[in-house]
Design a protein. Structure first.
Length: 137
């Protein structure tokens, strides 16, 4: 019976990958980004395969800062995963999606995009500085 339940959970988690409201979609994006399989992702989170499937069926944490932390804590407590690792995975997958890297392979793409965004932020004037204002003397 346990094998049947694990198989059904895995099938539900695979189906949930197409639904952005579930962590399964986040994990799918992260696996593509980091080029890892389910077994490696489960190990990273401190779970077995069935625990990963259960976690994948949880709703994604809400974006708002206070709610994100609250949801993440609740999800980690429910699943038994490492909350800090889960937070990092969710944030990396979200960043990759915003940067258009969801289907680009590898952490190098993510790091390059972060560097480009950091460089662009460093070269922009401060929000309250007039565009033609130079350094104060």
């Amino acid at each position: 019976m346990e094998n049947e339940q694990a198989r059904q959970l895995a099938a539900l988690a695979a189906d949930a990958e197409r639904r952005p409201a579930f962590l399964a979609s986040t994990f799918a994006a992260y696996r593509r980004l980091d080029q890892v399989d389910d077994a490696a992702l489960a190990r990273e989170l401190g779970l077995d395969a069935e625990g990963l499937a259960r976690l994948a069926l949880c709703r994604r944490p809400r974006e708002e800062e206070g709610l994100f932390r609250e949801d993440l804590t609740r999800i980690a407590r429910f699943s038994g995963c490492d909350a800090a690792v889960l937070a990092r995975i969710v944030r990396e997958a979200e960043f990759a999606a915003r940067a258009g890297l969801a289907n680009a392979g590898g952490r190098a793409s993510l790091l390059a995009a972060q560097d480009r965004m950091d460089d662009a932020a460093d070269s922009e004037p401060a929000p309250d500085t007039p565009p033609d204002a130079g350094p104060e003397r």
